[in-house]
Design a protein around this ligand. Structure first.
Ligand code: PAF
Length: 285
């Protein structure tokens, strides 16, 4: 595995891959890799095939953090990340510096103006603008044909698909299923910041999503009632948890719906202390 830090070197590799007609698959990450990322990398390896090139980027993108303390405390574990990338058959680990990625006085950003203000966007101002901007940069620098993102960040995936469509980008986007811990808590780099008790208790998030789904299957489709039951279940078993939102939305527009149907998604964000956890479930009715 080759590690590349400079944009110039990454662009040179992009041009060589293009000239040789080799498939180029990108898995963008912010590092602190865990089993969820390993799953994305495995999918990436499959997509790239033996001859293609699998690139994993590791870049803690400052423009998508709305709180400086969150950016500062974000785990940085490049050496361990390298080991995981190597084990998953990554060809190139691209780890640029913030100085190279964002030139001084940079003043252009990509804003998506429909999906970005909903769900997580309501409480994370500028977050998705930062994500779109860095993802577009990574697409341009790597020249990838395919990019892989996790479905845990469902809104991010939907916004990136929208960006690719609206800007006619020649990149195929693949969404990978959420990987869960033994307790079925969605894997996230942020889980490392939880106390042992909170990490155990946070299993209630997915259990409550499953209970919501089960009520739907039993015929309850009123979203207010479904979300209220979710709140009650979570608050009664975990008084320390603070629900940021629980919503049932249309899978494509991410707009709230009054009645759940086969196009609905239940999505939530819950704080355990300072740690904000997200999860979602597609309601296959
Ligand atoms: O999902 C993430 O880790 C980040 O938002 C991404 C897509 C790598 C952009 O920084």
């Amino acid at each position: 595995m080759k590690t590349i830090e400079s944009l110039e070197e990454m662009r040179a590799l992009r041009d060589t891959l293009h000239a040789e007609g080799k498939k180029n698959v990108l898995v963008p990450t912010m590092g602190a890799l865990h089993e969820g990322h390993a799953n994305l990398l495995r999918l990436g390896r499959e997509q790239a095939g033996e001859d293609g090139c699998l690139i994993a980027s590791v870049f803690v993108n400052p423009t998508q953090f709305d709180r400086p303390d969150d950016l500062e405390s974000y785990p940085r574990t490049l050496e361990a990340d390298k080991t995981i990338c190597e084990a998953e058959g990554v060809d190139v680990l691209f780890a640029p510096t913030a100085e190279e990625m964002y030139s001084e006085g940079h003043s252009i950003a990509v804003s998506e103006n429909s999906l970005s203000s909903l769900l997580c966007g309501a409480s994370r101002e500028g977050h998705f603008e930062g994500v779109c901007t860095v993802v577009l940069k990574l697409f341009m620098i790597s020249g990838c044909d395919i990019a892989i993102f996790g479905k845990k960040d469902y809104q991010q995936l939907a916004i990136i698909k929208r960006m690719v469509g609206d800007l006619n980008l020649p990149v195929k986007i693949i969404g990978a299923e959420t990987v869960r811990e033994e307790s079925r808590l969605a894997r996230s780099s942020r889980n490392e910041n939880l106390s042992a008790k909170d990490r155990k208790d946070a299993a209630i998030i997915y259990q409550s999503l499953l209970a919501l789904y089960s009520s739907c299957l039993d015929g309850m489709r009123d979203c207010e009632v479904l979300c209220q039951s979710f709140r009650e279940a979570l608050e009664s078993s975990c008084p320390q948890a603070k629900i940021d939102y629980i919503e049932i939305v249309d899978k494509n527009t991410l707009q709230k719906v009054a009645e759940a149907d086969e196009n609905s998604l239940a999505a939530c964000a819950v704080f355990f202390g300072e740690t904000r956890l997200i999860d979602n479930l597609e309601l296959v009715l």
